[in-house]
Design a protein around this ligand. Structure first.
Ligand code: FES
Length: 173
């Protein structure tokens, strides 16, 4: 299952001309702000601050309004993501089976706090709320792939760049 929400692995770097053409392509749609933001994030992996005035001007809205939309929707990024994106479920059922211990493990062993990207750009670590996989928690979405029964060992392997498929197939327990 792939539930990709804009991790940055195959994105191009920020380019004002490309961004302008994306904005122009979508600006005639009803409620154009969201389609534009989605298209920009899909293309670049994040929404550069330089996009804000472009969108504001094209849609004749204030920059504050555009920024408000970006910050309201948690799936929009304001910075490039790491090469691997780990979204750990911290909703109730996963709380009950120890997801917070995984947050501690990531901080202790990998110096990785929630909502941050490691200094070498390898991993972005974020929270997500319920992946519909509550019976097999702790659950996470790793580069868009669902990983069940996450353990500290699996999390470390994922932080170290091991393939998600390898982890999913049970190379580690
Ligand atoms: S609470 Fe974590 S998957 Fe539902």
């Amino acid at each position: 299952m792939n539930l990709d929400m804009g991790h940055g692995m195959e994105s191009m770097s920020w380019d004002e001309a490309v961004a302008t053409s994306i904005v122009n392509e979508h600006k005639h749609l009803a409620g154009a702000t969201l389609p534009i933001l989605h298209a920009l994030q899909e293309n670049f992996g994040y929404i550069d601050r330089a996009a804000i005035p472009l969108i504001a001007e094209a849609l004749n809205v204030s920059k504050a309004e555009v920024l408000g939309t970006i910050t309201f929707y948690h799936d929009f990024r304001s910075e490039p993501a790491g090469r691997r994106v780990i979204k750990l479920c911290r909703a109730e059922a996963c709380q009950a089976v120890g997801c917070e211990a995984l947050v501690d493990h990531a901080a202790r062993e990998h110096h990785l706090a929630i909502d941050s990207t490691s200094a070498d750009g390898a991993v972005t670590f974020e929270t997500i709320y319920c992946l519909g996989n509550c019976a097999l928690g702790p659950a996470a979405l790793v580069d868009g792939e669902l990983v069940a029964r996450l353990t500290p060992e699996k999390l470390s392997a994922l932080c170290d760049g091991r393939s998600v498929q390898e982890i999913v197939k049970g190379a580690l327990s």
